[in-house]
Design a protein around this ligand. Structure first.
Ligand SMILES: C[S@@+](CC[C@H](N)C(=O)[O-])C[C@H]1O[C@@H](n2cnc3c(N)ncnc32)[C@H](O)[C@@H]1O
Length: 255
């Protein structure tokens, strides 16, 4: 019913499902919400929450065909962060603040196996949703899955965001901690500069988790912090938290 041909019935079914997922999130059943979303869309389960970045095997999902070939010890890229999929906690908050309209085009920088692009493709009116992902297996999987689901406006491109310009049609950007700067490679600064260049010349909405990236956008003068939310959780039984921030440039806030 979430994928049926009739647009009105499909939209109603998706709206109802999103409300159900929000209810699970509101009562703290985060993993249940995540698992339900993954199960219905046929997305792989990530198995390494909280594992140290350099102690992970190349097979990072229950689906053994999804092999990390680029990050850390596998491909020597310490600036490439692991592929942890977004949680419904963060996605439902992001959907609320971004308020994507049929004029919007969303880019997920570091789109992994497609959880976020599929979520925004399913539950928002954005006319196009696409991801750029450096790990070839993840990018190919996400693109195939979206096509198999009939999400024809959702695409995953195998690209290194450090080497690519931001596409001209983008109006909104989602960043869930894709990269980190290393001693000789300011990966975060490279991507922050691209966002600031675009945001300085036209309206852009950006949701970001990653304190380094957020502070660079804040310091740039091109973006306004519209809202933020701290999420707390446990990593191997120890309390931790992450801060998500929503920025706009120009007059993008109410767009
Ligand atoms: C934390 S995951 C987020 C996955 C997805 N955005 C989501 O929310 O479900 C970060 C992803 O960024 C990718 N990544 C890291 N550096 C990248 C780069 N330079 N270009 C493109 N993707 C990159 C990683 O391979 C990883 O899959």
């Amino acid at each position: 019913m979430f994928f049926e041909a009739d647009p009105e019935r499909r939209a109603a079914a998706r709206a109802e499902w999103l409300a159900d997922l929000r209810r699970l999130v509101a009562r703290g059943d985060y993993r249940q919400a995540d698992r339900e979303f993954e199960r219905v869309l046929g997305l792989p389960e990530y198995t390494l929450y909280g594992a140290p970045k350099n102690g992970r095997p190349p097979e990072q999902f229950t689906d053994g065909s999804l092999i990390s070939k680029v990050s850390g010890s596998f491909g020597g890229r310490d600036d490439v962060y692991p592929p942890q999929p977004s949680s419904l906690r963060h996605l439902t908050w992001s959907e609320r603040v971004l308020r994507l309209s049929p004029d919007d085009v969303l880019l997920d920088i570091g789109s992994g196996t497609g959880t976020a692009i599929d979520f925004f493709g399913m539950f928002t009116e954005a006319k196009k949703v696409y991801g750029m992902e450096i790990e070839p297996d993840y990018a190919a999987f996400a693109d195939r899955r979206a096509a198999d689901l009939g999400l024809n406006h959702v695409h995953s491109l195998h690209k290194d965001i450090l080497e690519e310009p931001l596409p001209d049609d983008v109006t909104a950007v989602y960043l869930f901690n894709p990269l980190g700067s290393t001693g000789d490679n300011d990966a975060v600064g490279t991507v922050a500069d691209k966002l600031v260049d675009m945001g300085a010349s036209r309206p852009l909405k950006v949701v970001v988790m990653g304190p380094d990236m957020a502070s660079r956008l804040e310091a740039s003068g091109a973006f306004t912090l519209e809202s933020e939310k701290d999420f707390s959780y446990l990593i191997q039984g120890r309390p931790a938290s992450s801060s998500w921030k929503f920025f706009t440039s120009g007059r993008a806030a109410g767009a």
